[in-house]
Design a protein around this ligand. Structure first.
Ligand SMILES: [Zn+2]
Length: 405
């Protein structure tokens, strides 16, 4: 049955004795028939067979069928008088480990599945492919893989990663010469990273984020190494800084433009609505709000431009890092959607505002009088509190009178 043994890619000297199709797959009886075998200790060949015995092995599947090998192998006597190993089992080094219950090629397939998927997903996929395995087996295979580089790391990249976003973080260590992950740590504490670095005496450069933890880790664990900020974090910081700068510039340009516009003098200023009649926001709050608005406005213009170029909503959203829904809403509205100014919580003055404004317009500009009036109607605030509403900006040319009232 030579053809079958080459069809099944069995190693030289193995003969297929019998193939049986069962409910679950194929059971193949194979017999080792090489006349000699090498002693694993002294490497001397021997042809003295002591016994035959059977090993049951799982093999890589064949056209989706599970394969079970019934492998008949032998024990040999070592005839080397100086060798302490008197009896040894036949070795099939390229095919199966001495005590394994699975062929090497089957192990390799499971490892590959595990590396491409994960423990749980790998077990499901393997079952579909005709391989019987479990999640722990897959994980054990992956954990058992030799370390990619046993050699020391000279240029190290270090950063954190999330096991679960926002909850649990680990540390990833990358050899920047080979661009390979060399280790993962279960947390992102400085002590853990420093302990790892202490075992790397050749570390010359540590490329890290801008945070303090890995900086102190490198200081502690690899004081000889030069620390540098990695390109990713530099570009990220730069991007953020440029965004804020541009937003601020735009806000300033917008403010300037607004001031230049004619017909905005105090006389013609329309009487503002009750809704907007609140104490002015502090300068720093306004600055941030304007910067945000400018950023938003720039983004709105990008959305419109991309839409004009015929890009799909999804693509626009992806390119600008926005949600599909926002892009759709913005385009639907057709104009720049002003953010709703966050409304302060209802003030006790609010219910009295309409009557105060009316009295103001009628010519009553004495704050004390206005306060007494609304106090008699149930206003519980202090006299001072109503002055905050009677500022020059709101009350136009009579502003200072109001404040002095
Ligand atoms: Zn020997």
């Amino acid at each position: 049955m030579m053809e079958e043994s080459s069809l099944l890619s069995l190693p030289e000297g193995m003969r297929v004795e019998h193939i049986q199709i069962t409910e679950h797959g194929l059971v193949i009886e194979v017999k080792a028939s090489h006349p000699t075998s090498c002693c694993p200790l002294c490497a001397q060949t021997s042809d003295s067979i002591k016994t035959h015995y059977r090993r049951v092995l799982r093999d890589a599947p064949c056209v989706g069928r599970q394969i079970q090998l019934l492998l008949m192998v032998r024990k040999f006597y070592c005839r080397n008088p100086y060798c302490p190993q008197k009896v040894f089992t036949e070795r099939l080094p390229t095919f199966v480990e001495p005590w394994a219950r699975m062929t090497i090629r089957c192990c390799q397939q499971i490892t590959s599945i595990g590396l491409a998927t994960c423990g749980k997903g790998g077990a499901r996929l393997a079952a579909r492919l005709g391989m019987q395995t479990t999640r722990p087996t897959i994980l054990r295979r992956i954990m058992g893989l030799p370390d990619v580089s046993g050699s020391s790391v000279v240029y190290l990249g270090i950063d954190d990663f999330a096991f679960r976003r926002g909850y649990r973080f680990g540390t990833i260590l990358v050899n920047l010469e080979s661009h390979r992950v060399v280790d993962l740590l279960p947390d992102r504490r400085a002590e853990s990273a420093a302990a790892w670095m202490r075992h790397q005496p050749d570390l010359a450069v540590v490329s890290r984020d801008r945070g303090g933890e890995y900086a102190s880790a490198a200081r502690e664990g690899a004081p000889q190494a030069i620390q540098c900020a990695d390109r990713f974090h530099i570009v990220k910081n730069l991007t953020e800084a440029v965004q804020v700068l541009l937003a601020r510039c735009q806000a300033e340009i917008l403010v300037e433009k607004k001031q230049d516009e004619p017909g905005q003098d105090e006389q013609n200023k329309p009487i503002i609505s009750i809704e907007a009649w609140r104490p002015p926001e502090p300068a720093h709050v306004e600055k941030v709000r304007l910067a945000r608005r400018a950023g938003r406005y720039a983004r709105y213009q990008q959305v419109v431009e991309l839409n004009r170029q015929g890009r799909a909503t999804k693509e626009i959203a992806g390119r600008l890092g926005m949600s599909d829904r926002t892009v759709r809403d913005w385009l639907k509205q057709g104009t720049f959607p002003e953010a709703q100014k966050r409304r302060k919580k209802q003030s006790s003055f609010d219910p009295f505002a309409p009557s105060v404004l009316k009295r103001w317009q009628d010519g009553e500009h004495n704050g004390l009088v206005l306060w007494r009036e609304i106090k008699s109607q149930g206003y519980t605030g202090t006299e001072r509190s109503i002055y905050r509403y009677l500022t020059p900006e709101i009350c136009g040319e009579y502003g200072d009178l109001a404040v002095c009232a």
